[in-house]
Design a protein around this ligand. Structure first.
Ligand code: SAH
Length: 210
């Protein structure tokens, strides 16, 4: 997976490649999907949600530019896989999930893997997680209809936000950096994520937007 799917497609951050080589992805998928855990695609994790394709996890993680001493927020815990990868690369990881059953399962898996620097929360992450802000980096692993200002507010100066933004079924991955003058934005790649549902996201799974 690391060589064929990640390095061969241009992932260069050695720390990201090492973290993805270390975290056992098969423990984050349902038992009947274990044989497919390292395949080059997203997989279902129940509740209609998905664990992202390995390449997308690597790309988003690389864009966060983590050096090791950061405090990171992930929105959309899902299986907990992305949070586990982040836990190898940062000091402290806060991850928030709106569906309690997923959050509980992710917490269990992360405990089993002794990921002591990850904390899982159940709440609407479309408004961030203000009680633990500010963050050096925020990664949103669900599709947003727009960029919630809360994320920028909750970033430290020079902090990075990586977020897929667009319509319900197709988005563009953005990297936004908070600067003294406001923000700078880089567009990365087209992508498809499940919807961010909540106050600053979509109304429901069908993608109704208030
Ligand atoms: N990062 C995950 C995959 C994310 S799938 C992994 O590594 O497995 C996207 C997740 O975002 C889903 O579990 C979905 O329930 C969650 N989600 C959607 N809207 C949310 C919101 N407003 N707050 C928190 N989580 C949300």
């Amino acid at each position: 997976m690391v060589e064929d799917q990640l390095r061969a497609r241009g992932i260069r951050d050695e720390r990201v490649l090492a973290a993805m080589g270390k975290i056992p992805r098969h423990l984050f998928v349902e038992e009947h999907l274990r044989d497919s855990a390292y395949d080059d695609n997203a997989l279902s994790i129940s509740e209609g949600q998905t664990i992202s394709q390995p390449y997308m996890v690597a790309l988003m993680t690389e864009l966060l530019e983590l050096k090791g001493d950061e405090k990171v927020l992930e929105v959309g815990t899902g299986s907990g896989y992305q949070a586990a990868v982040l836990s190898e690369l940062a000091i402290e990881v806060f991850t928030v999930e709106r569906i309690e059953t997923l959050a509980l399962r992710a917490r269990k898996t992360l405990e089993r893997l002794n990921r002591k620097n990850v904390r899982v929360f159940v709440s609407d992450g479309s408004v961030g997680l203000p009680e633990h802000a500010p963050y050096d980096a925020i990664i949103v692993t669900a599709a947003a209809p727009h960029i919630p200002h809360e994320y920028i507010d909750q970033l430290k100066m020079n902090g990075r936000l990586v977020i897929p933004v667009g319509s319900r079924f197709s988005q563009i991955l953005y990297k936004i950096t908070k600067t003294p003058d406001g923000t700078t934005t880089i567009t990365s790649t087209p992508c498809v994520f499940v919807p961010l549902i909540g106050k600053e996201g979509w109304d429901d799974e069908k993608g109704v937007y208030h």
